[in-house]
Ligand binder design. Structure first.
Ligand code: GLY
Length: 585
């Protein structure tokens, strides 16, 4: 163990507080209000309209996801994939008995590796990674899952006709929308980035390279694709004209996705990961996401050390040190342990056994808190996975008038994905293959170092951090939350839950609060939102951390009950719109 660079307050023995207590209390909103927290104004307008027309949360989610595929092209998509956490009453199909009660569901519509993929496909003869091959160009894409996912959600829960839900997106693609400043900004960044990195020609600029903020941007080819999907449903994307265009273009340019891949693609209804914490039931994303497990690990370990944490903050204050220093160090220590487990144990559950129960069990997490000191950084090299016996994504949160909820995160991976547009269909392809561990020990786009559990294999799903989460209290929806941000999704959702449930913040304060992020590697690096005070940064540097400003640590979309009333909030740093409304207003 290293010695502290400076004894800025006394070290003390950890007093582990034992199991967390489950408190009671009611939190059900009695009034018929709905709430939305969406990543842009177009999806917000549509979600509100659909809910007011009598659609449920899933109808609003499907319509919004298609709208975002038009108005939020950096992450909204047809060519990507995602996860949807749902708390709702399932629709009765003819002749089918279904429980008429609201229940949690989890829909995995993550991309899959193509059949022709192989473990070392991104390594050269010397086993070194081909630069940027898993990020840009035709070989970077997994088999898309978005259309299959939205179709499956609608089949099980949708109340309004499928065709109606696509109309807003078709109209926006055909007639165009006014380009927001932030869309132009992220597009400009991507254009510069691909000039430096792309090793093969990309057709991105021909489609997205010319709009300016304030222009009306029309996408007639995408409008036709959406019309076909509206007419023929899922089948159009996987076996229809759209499939043909995708496969032809892949074949012509050395891409891997074939008609057999599209035929084989299936979504999965999985058991969400569930845990009790501080009187709430947390419903979140199971593998192939690491998100749900990681968030629960962070919350539970924090609770185990809460007494000591309070004491450490008091001691720091007495010594004139900002408690945010203690907070950032504490969260970094917890994150070190969580991201070590992530690298070791998490991958596609269809290919391996993921020890979910153990990883979120009280006994396991109690052991994981061992070795955390308040005045010293744990050596990165000593943080091994626990012993077990035996940028760009987008998120939205919706609660409808009946208390059904959808928490949906979907993505192309990077903003604008692989930079490849399917030309006759007008949509961008993902670069999700980079979320695999392309070479054990070599970091991906998010600096994540993976192991064998997340090695590439045909038809396997790549590990994700997307964490669409719902908190229940007394069997009713209390909170719906999620964010983009790659590996920082986990720490952003964790900090937002702590902000609302333990720090007493309003929804808006909770999403706007300064966040920090640490993920084991790079060693002892804490990323921070620009408004972290200089004094806090300096103290952390004295401790031995390297501080890195990151203007983009997520875009949290939060709905939560406060004193029996919904509050909805979108991160002020991005272009989200959130709203609570009644049926008429
Ligand atoms: N592509 C980012 C994630 O799935 O975590």
């Amino acid at each position: 163990m290293k010695t502290a660079k400076r004894p800025w307050f006394l070290a003390f023995t950890l007093l582990l507080s034992g199991a967390w207590s489950v408190s009671s209390g009611t939190s059900m909103a009695a009034e018929p209000k709905a709430a939305i927290a969406m990543p842009d104004k177009f999806s917000a307008e549509m979600a509100e309209k659909i809910l007011k027309r009598g659609g449920n949360a899933v109808d609003a989610a499907v319509a919004a996801a298609f709208v975002l595929a038009v108005t939020y092209p950096e992450a909204g998509n047809l060519g990507g994939g995602g996860f949807m956490t749902i708390f709702a009453t399932q629709k009765a199909m003819p002749g089918q008995m279904v429980a008429q009660v609201q229940q949690p569901y989890f829909l995995d519509y993550r991309e899959k590796a193509p059949l022709a993929a192989s473990r070392d496909m991104y390594l050269d003869g010397k086993k070194q990674p081909f630069p940027y091959r898993s990020l840009l160009g035709y070989q970077a894409s997994g088999v898309p899952g978005t259309v299959a996912g939205l179709w499956a959600a609608h089949q099980k829960f949708g109340r309004l006709p499928w065709k109606d839900l696509l109309q807003p997106a078709i109209k926006l693609a055909k007639e165009g929308f006014i380009v927001p400043v932030k869309l132009q900004r992220v597009r400009n960044w991507y254009q510069k980035w691909i000039v430096k990195k792309a090793k093969q020609p990309l057709n991105f600029n021909a489609y997205f390279g010319h709009f300016k903020a304030g222009d009306r941007f029309k996408q007639p080819v995408l409008a036709e694709t959406l019309s076909r999907i509206s007419d023929h449903g899922r089948q159009e994307f996987y076996q229809g004209k759209t499939a043909k265009y995708l496969v032809e273009q892949m074949k012509a340019h050395g891409g891997l996705i074939t008609q057999a891949d599209l035929n084989a693609y299936q979504v999965k209804w999985r058991q969400p990961v569930v845990a009790n914490w501080q009187g709430y039931q947390i419903i979140s994303a199971p593998p192939p996401s690491s998100g749900g497990i990681a968030i629960i690990q962070l919350l539970k370990m924090k609770t185990l050390l809460d007494d000591d944490y309070a004491l450490a903050k008091t001691k720091a204050l007495k010594q004139g040190i900002d408690p945010q220093v203690v907070q950032a160090h504490f969260y970094a220590e917890l994150s070190k342990r969580v991201y070590a487990d992530r690298a070791q144990y998490l991958g596609d559950p269809d290919f391996m056994k993921v020890p979910v129960k153990t990883l979120i069990s009280d006994a396991y997490l109690l052991k994981r808190t061992e070795g955390i000191l308040w005045d010293d950084i744990s050596e990165t090299e000593t943080i091994k996975p626990g012993k077990i016996e035996s940028p760009e994504t987008t998120h939205f949160s919706i609660v409808d008038f009946s208390g059904n909820a959808v928490s949906n995160t979907y993505t192309l991976n990077m903003p604008f994905g692989s930079g490849i547009v399917i030309e006759k269909a007008g949509f961008l392809m993902n670069n999700e293959m980079d979320d695999f561990s392309t070479k054990p020990g070599v970091a991906n786009l998010f600096g994540m170092v993976g192991g064998q559990a997340n090695a590439i294999a045909p038809e396997k799903r790549m590990l994700s951090s997307m964490s669409p989460t719902i908190l229940l209290k007394n069997g009713h929806v209390d909170t719906v939350v999620g964010t983009p941000g790659g590996s920082s999704i986990i720490t952003s959702v964790f900090q937002t839950i702590v902000n609302i449930k333990e720090e007493g913040m309003t929804a808006q304060q909770a999403v706007d609060a300064t966040r920090i992020h640490h993920q084991l590697f790079p060693k002892d690096v804490i990323m921070y939102h620009p408004n972290l005070p200089d004094t806090v940064k300096e103290e952390l540097e004295v401790m031995g951390y390297t501080l890195k400003q990151n203007n983009y640590l997520g875009d949290v979309q939060l709905i939560t009950l406060k004193d029996g009333h919904w509050q909805a909030a979108s991160d002020y740093r991005e272009r989200g719109v959130s709203k609570v409304f009644g049926r008429r207003k």
